[in-house]
Design a protein around this ligand. Structure first.
Ligand code: ATP
Length: 307
């Protein structure tokens, strides 16, 4: 295969401000200086996988503006193949306006911009690239028809499909759900997609597999993750790795990019999740999304390992 991981998805400029207190409706609060950095779920996952040494490509669309340049620079720095990032003249690059609270948790508003112009025909034109990739990773910040086309094309080509249904839809396309191996959800997405508001992570994982996902990974923040393999009777709980959380922006994407990279290298779902938990933990110790992603050398040790 030409690539370990091909990410088909969004690229956004993250515009981040930290506040002491979140504004309520109609309220204004003062924040810190604005920080611009490369983000978007697709671009983040690609950067995470590339920085860990996986041969990674990104199929995404940006505008020919300064934010587009910022995104290309971010991918270049991470080591992603840039040939499949489409630059559309006259389009605005997607932006995410992020407010980080005192607890390190964030609230986000996304303006899709060029991400909305990543179309099924762009996926069609990349059919050979998809077929030449071991793992294809998808999220939901580009049009649903594009995600569906990518899932179907990848499945037909025999690539392994990783799906992160974020932002959480009310209903996930059957074609996308049944291609997912795994479906990667955080607690919010798990609740939303299963309607099991008071469920346990294991109950969410089972319900999502019953809905059609081949396998499921639930991320649990500081608590780590849970992996439910295709056909497995029991889920594997992966404990969290202790980290001083400074900014959790993009932690889920670091996790998913790392998971995809490990799966491409032949790891089992539980092994890949164990690795991804360490990558997620490393990412929360530094500000920003992509700038916070670790190389292999920067990873915390495996739990139980002395260094
Ligand atoms: P985000 O929306 O902030 O990108 P998410 O809600 O999609 O994240 P989480 O489950 O919060 O996803 O986090 C993903 C992974 O990041 C976790 O599985 C864990 O590995 C790591 N992580 C997140 N928060 C912490 C934390 N406070 N301490 C250690 N690891 C963390």
């Amino acid at each position: 295969k030409m690539y370990d991981v091909l990410v088909v998805g969004s690229a956004n400029a993250d515009l981040t401000v930290r506040v002491e207190r979140r504004p309520g409706a109609g309220e204004t609060v003062l924040g810190t200086d604005l920080v611009e950095s490369a983000g978007g779920k697709g671009a983040n996952q690609a950067a995470a996988a590339a920085r860990l040494g996986a041969r990674t490509a990104l199929l995404a669309k940006v505008g020919d503006d300064a934010f587009g340049e910022l995104l290309l620079a971010g991918q270049r720095e991470a080591g992603t193949e840039l040939r499949h990032v489409l630059v559309e003249a006259g389009a605005r690059t997607g932006t995410a306006m992020i407010v980080v609270g005192p607890d390190g948790d964030n609230s986000i508003v996304v303006s899709p911009g060029a991400n909305a112009r990543l179309l099924p025909e762009d996926v069609e034109a990349a059919r050979d690239v998809i077929a030449a990739s071991a793992v294809v990773s998808l999220q939901l910040e580009v049009p649903p028809a594009t995600v569906r086309a990518a899932a179907e094309t990848a499945r037909d080509a025999g690539a392994r499909v990783v799906v992160n249904p974020s932002p959480a839809p009310d209903r996930l396309d059957t074609e996308v759900l049944t291609a997912a191996d795994p479906l990667v959800v955080n607690e919010h997405e798990a609740r939303h997609l299963t309607q099991l508001v008071d469920g346990t992570p294991e109950a969410w994982a089972r319900a999502l597999r019953d809905q059609g996902a081949r396998s499921v990974v639930v991320t649990l923040g500081a608590e780590g993750a849970l992996a439910l393999e295709a056909g497995a009777g029991e889920a594997v709980a992966v404990p969290g790795v202790k980290a001083e959380a400074v900014d959790t922006t993009g932690a889920g994407d670091a996790f998913t990019g790392a998971l995809a990279a490990r799966l491409a290298a032949g790891a089992s779902l539980a092994e890949a999740a164990r690795f991804a938990v360490r990558v997620g933990a490393a990412s929360v110790t530094r500000p920003g999304a992509q700038p916070s992603y670790p190389t292999l050398a920067e990873l915390p040790p495996e739990p139980g390992q002395f260094t």
